[in-house]
Each structure stands twice: as structure tokens, then as C-alpha cells.
Design a binder for this molecule. Structure first.
Ligand SMILES: O=C(O)CCC(=O)C(=O)O
Ligand SMILES: [Fe+2]
Length: 375
């Protein structure tokens, strides 16, 4: 069988949603229309978030193609450094999993053909009071970033910090537009953030397909990033240098996210889906190395919601009416979401997103997650 066909892994027809539009492409949302033609803008936004869960946003000031290319050039420079240089800022030195890791450094099932470099809002490591033990979901969340030495890669840090500032502004305006779309107060979303929203980001380098990597293909998929829904966030925004990201439609087929110059891919996370009783969908996605012929760089950025505050459907969206069923998430995703305690769920969620780093740093919790069927 040809394993280049991304549709071979579609689930049986009994899984096909009867209420949700089965999309066959990822919508484009033109940010410029938010000023010049709001009606069209909100219709594009509605399609992206209510029907698909993803959109490619264009014409966002600050995300011009030239700026994005500068970020990808820095990313390439970063990853071209010798292994020992990258290992000097390894996540192994950070309980908050900030720093560099290799996706291949984990046992077979969770191996991915990628390298990652993780950041979060820069906060000090939590300090234990007396003999109290700090829970893993907290050590995972709080800690300083590990920046490379400025002299080794001049301008890198300031370019990435500029990108993050732009992402923060974009995330905040996108949230406001979503509130307008849904006719809910802005606080409906912002109440779930800490005063300074807690950002989490990474620079990914996905490695290209080789005959050896192709030999690991299962149902047309070679693991760049395993299938998942963004667990602890309302919205994730991401710039990408090349194709490779795929979104599962409501019939179970995998749809490629297109490359658009100056485009920012924005997708909804499980928290926004929960808040809106399913009116806004969070769709399963993955990165397929089968689609990658040269190194692919991406930089996702998202705010985590307040860890301790469980997200509940707003009264307006409570009840099944607004919830649209669609392709059931994988058993692992379902399992993750059966964990009631939002704090513990946030911890396991982070472990699942970064398996290679997590397996080393949190062997006990990693083994528990495996045992529970989350991984
Ligand atoms: O890098 C990509 O294309 C996808 C990243 C992603 O899904 C994530 O960070 O949650
Ligand atoms: Fe994701």
C-alpha cells in the first residue's frame, strides 16, 4: 500500500459526525478585514473556530513574511550548533522543562523526529517551605528560561523576545474577537488568566524524511509530533517555515495546513472548547514527517489558563445544544481529560506534549501516565 496517502488512517464511517461540517481545507482569516469589513471577518473567524478549530490568519501587523524569515534564520542558526552546545542548555537542567531536547531520546512509541527548545514565562523556581514537597505540576510550570550565550548567536534572544511580545498582543486581541463573535464579556476568557498571562512556547525543528524514518511509517504517518489536542490553553498561535502540520476533520481524515506567506496558524485548545460547551471546537492535529522534505521550523505560543481554576461551560453554552460532536479524540486524549483535578491534569498534559524531555525529568510521573494509558 502507498503510505504517502494521508487518508488511509480514517476511522470507520460510524465515527463521522452528523452535526459538524466535514471540512476539507483550513480556512484563511484576513485580519485586515477586522477593521475594513467586520462582518466578513467574523464570518471567517466563525468558520475557523466553530467549524474547523484552525485558521491561517493573514495580514497581522508584526508577522510579515520578512520578520518570520528572520526568526526561521535564527532557528536554523540555533539548531546548526554542535550537539554539545545545545546540550549545554538541555531541559535536563530544568525541572520546568525549559531548554533543548531531542525527540528521539525516548523509547520507541513516543519517539519523534524533531528537536525542541522550550520557553515559558520567566519565573523563579518554586522553593519548598519546610519539608513540604512541591507538586510536579508546579515544578513543571515555574522556572527560569535557559537562553544561549549572546556572543554565540547575537540577536537571537532579542528577536525571539520580540516575537513573543507580538504573540502576546495577538493572543489578547484574538481573545477579544472571540468574545465579540460569541457575544460574551471579555472577562469570560480573561478571568482564566493570571495577571501576567502565563505564556508557553517552543522552537521546533522537524527533521526531514529519510528512508530509515520512512520505514517507521504507520498508516501514512511518521512521527514529527504525535496526534493531540492542545490541552491547557484557549488559543495557540504558530508560525511555520514549511508544510507538515495536519488537522483531523470530523470524518477522521487528515487535512494539510497550507503555507501562506506571512500567515499565522491559530487553533483552539481544549479549554476554549470546554468553556463554550463545544461551540468552538478543538481539533486533533499532528506533524507528519512524511510531508517534510527539508528541515521544518515552527514557533508555537500559547497562554496557559490559571492552573487551579477549573474551566466550566459558560451558562450560555451549558447543555448539549451547543456541543457538536465530532471525531472522538484518541483514547489517550480522552484518558487525560478524565482527570478531574485541573492541577494534576495540567501536569500530565505537559508531560504528554514533550515526551522526550518529560520521560527523563519525571520518570515517576511518566511511568504513572503510561500506566493510566495517557501516553
Ligand atoms: O509545530 C507544529 O506544527 C505543531 C505544534 C503543536 O501542535 C503544538 O505545539 O501544540
Ligand atoms: Fe498542538
Amino acid at each position: 500500500m502507498m503510505n504517502g496517502d494521508s487518508k488511509v488512517s480514517a476511522p470507520p464511517s460510524s465515527f463521522v459526525s452528523t452535526t459538524q461540517l466535514v471540512f476539507d481545507k483550513i480556512p484563511i482569516v484576513d485580519w485586515a478585514l477586522s477593521e475594513s469589513d467586520p462582518a466578513t471577518f467574523y464570518e471567517q473567524l466563525r468558520t475557523a473556530f466553530e467549524d474547523v478549530g484552525f485558521g491561517v490568519f493573514i495580514n497581522i501587523p508584526g508577522f510579515e513574511e520578512e520578520f518570520q524569515q528572520k526568526i526561521f534564520a535564527y532557528s536554523e542558526q540555533f539548531y546548526s550548533k554542535p550537539q554539545a552546545w545545545k546540550d549545554a542548555i538541555s531541559t535536563e537542567k530544568s525541572k520546568a522543562m525549559r531548554g533543548y531536547f531531542r525527540g528521539e531520546d525516548v523509547e520507541e512509541d513516543n519517539k519523534s523526529f524533531a528537536e525542541g527548545y522550550r520557553f515559558g514565562t520567566d519565573v523563579p523556581e518554586p522553593v519548598a517551605q519546610g519539608d513540604e514537597e512541591i507538586p510536579f505540576w508546579r515544578t513543571l510550570q515555574e522556572g527560569p528560561n535557559q537562553w544561549p550565550p549572546e556572543a554565540d548567536i547575537p540577536g537571537f534572544r532579542s528577536a525571539i523576545e520580540t516575537l513573543f511580545e507580538r504573540y502576546i498582543a495577538l493572543n489578547l486581541s484574538l481573545n477579544k474577537h472571540i468574545c465579540t463573535l460569541l457575544d460574551i464579556p471579555e472577562s469570560a476568557i480573561s478571568d482564566y488568566y493570571t495577571e501576567e498571562p502565563n505564556g508557553t512556547a517552543a522552537i521546533w525543528r522537524y527533521l526531514p524524511l529519510t528512508p530509515e524514518r520512512r520505514a517507521t511509517a504507520k498508516n501514512g504517518f511518521v512521527n514529527g509530533m504525535h496526534e493531540h489536542r492542545d490541552p491547557s490553553t484557549m488559543i495557540t498561535c504558530l508560525i511555520q517555515s514549511r508544510p507538515g502540520l495536519q488537522v483531523q476533520n470530523h470524518a477522521g481524515e487528515w487535512i494539510d495546513v497550507p503555507m501562506v506567506k506571512g500567515g499565522v496558524v491559530c487553533n483552539t485548545g481544549m479549554q476554549l472548547m470546554r468553556l463554550t460547551g463545544g461551540k468552538i471546537v478543538a481539533t486533533t492535529h499532528r506533524v507528519n514527517t512524511m510531508k517534510i522534505d527539508k528541515d521544518r521550523y515552527t514557533v508555537p505560543y500559547a497562554f496557559s489558563t490559571r492552573l487551579e481554576k477549573p474551566v466550566l461551560p459558560l451558562p450560555k453554552f451549558a447543555g448539549r445544544n451547543a456541543a457538536k460532536d465530532h471525531v472522538p479524540p484518541s483514547p489517550q486524549i480522552l484518558k487525560l481529560h478524565t482527570i478531574e483535578d485541573p492541577l494534576i491534569r495540567s501536569g500530565y498534559a505537559r508531560l504528554t506534549l514533550f515526551p522526550a524531555a518529560a520521560a527523563k525529568l519525571y520518570p515517576k510521573e511518566w511511568a504513572e501516565a503510561k500506566e493510566m494509558g495517557i501516553l
